[in-house]
Write a protein that binds this ligand. Structure first.
Ligand SMILES: [Zn+2]
Length: 92
């Protein structure tokens, strides 16, 4: 029995609480601005799904969560990382 408790975080779009490892992390780094999966500072989490991405984009969820403006390049990078952690490949 070596099951560790997952660290749970809430998606800013759908509000579901999921294992942090399954979410994309967007951090407002105090030095480098908004970063994905790295940096130190206020963070927001997003499911790596198209629907949550679009919701976050349309409703400015990440901007509100991080209390700052987010450059479109950050969204471009996020979009490339959608579904990357979906390793259960049996579902069609
Ligand atoms: Zn979500």
């Amino acid at each position: 029995m070596s099951q560790r408790n997952p660290i749970l975080r809430r998606c800013v779009a759908c509000k579901k609480v999921l294992d942090r490892k399954c979410l994309l992390k967007v951090t407002r780094d105090f030095q480098n601005g908004v970063l994905i999966s790295c940096g130190m500072g206020r963070s927001a989490y997003l499911c790596p799904t198209e629907s949550c991405f679009e919701e976050a984009l349309k409703r400015k969820r990440l901007q509100k969560a991080l209390r700052c403006d987010i450059h479109s390049s950050v969204f471009n990078m996020l979009q490339k990382q959608l579904n990357t952690c979906n390793d259960s490949d049996t579902e069609a």
